[in-house]
Design a protein around this ligand. Structure first.
Ligand SMILES: Nc1nc2c(c(=O)[nH]1)N[C@H]1C(S)=C(S)[C@@H](COP(=O)(O)OP(=O)(O)OC[C@H]3O[C@@H](n4cnc5c(N)ncnc54)[C@H](O)[C@@H]3O)O[C@H]1N2
Ligand code: MOO
Length: 414
């Protein structure tokens, strides 16, 4: 069975969101700012690494032929005619004369003519004359110019995610900044007269605002910049004012609450009036009431997520995560579906895609998944215990224990 009549399928909803978005324009960003972002350029080496032949040991730069016979029984003695330390070698290298050696430190350029370095451990550490009791191989302990990277090499390709190793390479190449799509600035607004800030007392039927923290944290964990605006009342004017104030610093707005069929569903009411946002009932549980569109003169994308905490979280995972990744220039937008065997039977609603909170474990016999709590969209305690969502499709009414099922494993980069 396909999605129930009157409902939009998850796939169609996601497709129309992604089709409407383009990556944010890339620009040069300081290296550490670009951590975790995909590169928006191929990076070509402009210089060699190592930049010059240099010593990998503290020791003595020698002509290999002079020391080839050195042993404990027949040590070789050489005059020490100088010293080269890393960063102190100066611009003019002095050639090493045969029959002599130079004290050299790790990383210092080897003098022209040197074709091996004798580590100090194989010598008496002499400063005027040195006694050498072991011979290096020819070329040993000399790191050659360009043996790692040659000028013209493509060292990093567009699309590659910048992690510590790539950032280290760029810095080593002398690049202070690199072209990357910026982190989207995500403004998170929660709506509801019943909401109070954590830390504030609850009066009457008030509840604490969990969603805006959860959604801001989810945006941040994806590498976006999250601005948690906090609570806005169910009064249309308040919501309109806060939204228009916030647009200046938003690449994306995410709201929670106020989108179903109640008398005070402020988000739906205001944005239906202003236009530009499509409210849709999506064939999924949780997360049926969805809204997506553009607001303000700059046409800032807005996601209006349902207020039930689990619905909000799952909606973020299913729609906002791929969207933010597209804005950041990521190529893989959707979390991959893993396979795991369910340890329990799971029920599902025909005509809707069910996202079932579960614990994913890797055991000696393979991956398993165990549902946590029920399907209720208010069960935030169970949500926090879960680390995965089992995905049951629209044509499934449930699965038996022992069935392999597709799983979204949460909190992992992909
Ligand atoms: N007659 C109908 N009622 C409802 C339908 C429906 O189809 N017909 N859909 C239900 C579904 S499904 C969902 S999901 C919710 C979505 O409602 P809203 O997006 O309008 O959200 P609210 O009514 O504002 O709140 C729902 C629920 O969540 C709590 N909430 C809201 N914001 C927060 C927050 N920031 N932190 C913690 N908890 C929050 C709120 O107190 C409500 O309990 O509508 C169903 N109703
Ligand atoms: O879709 Mo609601 O999100 O089922 O609770």
């Amino acid at each position: 069975m396909p999605v129930s009549p009157g409902l939009t399928s998850v796939d169609d909803q996601l497709r129309s969101i992604l089709d409407a978005l383009e990556p944010l324009p890339a620009y040069e960003q300081p290296l550490l700012e670009a951590m975790g972002l995909p590169l928006a350029e191929d990076v070509v080496a402009t210089s060699a690494l190592p930049a010059f032949d240099n010593s990998s040991m503290d020791g003595y730069a020698v002509h290999h032929a002079d020391v080839v016979t050195a042993s404990d029984d027949r040590p070789v003695h050489l005059p020490v005619v100088g010293e080269i330390a890393a960063g102190r070698a100066g611009a003019k290298p002095v050639a090493l004369q045969p029959g002599t050696c130079v004290r050299i430190m790790t990383g210092a350029p080897v003098p022209p003519g040197c074709d091996a370095v004798v580590p100090v451990e194989w010598t008496d550490e002499g400063t005027v004359e040195v006694r050498i009791t072991q011979a290096p191989d020819e070329g040993q302990h000399v790191r050659r110019r360009g043996e790692d990277v040659s000028p013209g090499d493509v060292i990093l390709e567009a699309g590659q995610i910048l992690g510590p190793r790539q950032i280290g390479l760029l810095a080593s190449m002398g690049r202070p900044a690199v072209k990357a799509h910026p982190r989207p600035r995500v403004v998170v607004i929660s709506t509801g007269d019943e909401l109070r800030e954590p830390g504030r007392p609850l009066d009457g039927d008030a509840i604490h605002d969990g969603n805006s923290f959860m959604l801001a944290a989810a945006a941040r964990s994806l590498g976006a910049i999250a601005y948690r605006v906090g609570i806005v009342s169910d009064t249309g004017d308040d919501f309109e004012e806060v939204l228009s104030d916030q647009l200046v610093r938003a690449d994306v707005v995410v709201t929670s609450g106020g989108v179903s069929k109640g008398a005070y569903d402020v988000v739906k009411e205001v944005l239906t009036r202003s236009g530009g946002v499509q409210f849709t009932e999506v064939g999924m549980q949780p997360g049926k009431p969805q809204g997506f569109g553009f607001v303000g003169e700059e046409r800032v994308p807005i996601f209006t997520l349902p207020g039930n905490p689990v619905s909000s979280y799952v909606s973020f995972e299913v729609f906002v995560v791929p969207a933010l990744r597209k804005l950041m220039g990521r190529r893989r937008l959707q979390r991959p579906l893993m396979k795991a065997t369910t340890t329990e039977a799971i029920g599902s609603m025909l005509g809707k895609r069910q996202f079932v909170r579960a614990r994913y474990d890797v055991t000696r016999t393979g991956a398993t998944v165990t549902p946590v709590g029920g399907h209720g969209s208010h069960l935030i305690g169970d949500l926090a215990v879960a680390n995965a969502l089992v995905v049951l499709n629209e044509d499934q009414s449930g699965v038996d224990a022992g069935t392999p099922v597709p799983v979204l494993v949460l909190d992992r980069d992909f």
